[in-house]
Design a protein. Structure first.
Length: 295
């Protein structure tokens, strides 16, 4: 597996705080979001790497393993167990066999552990990790708005997963141990699920913010009014100011999309007003508009 420097992917230092990681992820996720780069394959790849880096570095336990073992961080538990066996075994002279004596590094050790001919002195079979599986899951925007459970069928097996609210279009998450079976008692591979999320009718999502167009009649725009609009969290009453112009934008703070894995935090909802010009006017109505235009 090629080593990917997650710190470099997010453009942060190794001593970055959790806030630094969060801010860097938000900035880059918005820049490379598939909805903003629909025909850019590189942007999609960058977006997936950004999500992968955030998935690891935002989790203290995963980050600790990554900092210690680099590209082999997912096998940290196996490494520790094998290293313990290694320290307890002896070579043909009765001396302890250590990593320093072997002259190998972490990657050399894993090569021998999973595919090489070296052993720790115990006549045991080499264990091989199972292959990883990849799957795509399609969701509606309303489904991604709230944390919920779904059951997937992978290779004839039902897997029940929890999908966190705020999952991004194009984001990939890992379900550990649900890939291919290991060989000779080796661990199972992992299942990687990439999400494809369609926009809600009349609504567009960019990051954690939502954008909609709302039609209002001419009289509401001129005189002001109170209207009710539909949002993903339910109906909301909204006051239209008098003399509202066509194309006017207003922001409803906290009425956007939930922030991924951050309870109680939401993006904003941006509304653009479209003023409808009345049609099929009666002669009396036309006369009133004519009179109004002369005043």
């Amino acid at each position: 597996m090629k080593f990917i420097d997650y710190y470099q992917v997010l453009g942060i230092e190794k001593n970055a705080t959790a806030i630094d990681i969060k801010n860097a992820y938000r900035k880059l996720a918005r820049k490379y979001h598939p909805d903003l780069n629909p025909n850019d394959a590189d942007a999609k790849k960058n977006f997936q790497q950004i999500n992968e880096a955030n998935e690891v570095l935002s989790d203290p336990e995963k980050r600790k393993k990554y900092d210690k073992y680099g590209k082999d961080w997912q096998h940290a538990g196996q490494f520790e167990n094998a290293k313990q066996d290694q320290d307890q075994s002896s070579d043909f002279r009765g001396q302890k066999y250590s990593r320093a004596q072997s002259g190998g590094d972490f990657s050399d050790f894993f090569e021998s552990m999973f595919g090489g001919s070296a052993n720790t002195g115990r006549n045991r079979q080499v264990k091989f990790r199972g292959e990883d599986y990849n799957a795509q899951l399609q969701l509606k925007l309303i489904d991604a708005y709230q944390t919920h459970k779904q059951t997937l069928t992978v290779n004839g097996k039902n897997i029940r997963i929890t999908i966190p609210a705020g999952i991004e279009n194009g984001q990939t998450i890992k379900i550990s141990g649900h890939g291919g079976p290991g060989i000779n008692g080796g661990p199972n591979g992992d299942l990687y699920i990439t999400f494809s999320i369609a926009n809600h009718p009349g609504m567009k999502r960019l990051g954690n913010d939502l954008y909609i167009h709302v039609s209002i009649d001419l009289f509401a725009a001129v005189l002001g009014s109170e209207i009710t609009i539909d949002t993903l969290s339910g109906k909301v009453k909204l006051k239209v100011k008098p003399e509202t112009q066509n194309g006017t934008k207003v922001k409803l703070k906290g009425k956007g999309f939930p922030v991924y894995k951050t309870d109680g935090q939401f993006g904003d909802l941006y509304i653009t007003y479209a003023v409808k010009i009345p049609t099929n006017l009666t002669e009396k109505q036309k006369s009133l508009f004519t009179e109004l235009s002369k005043s």
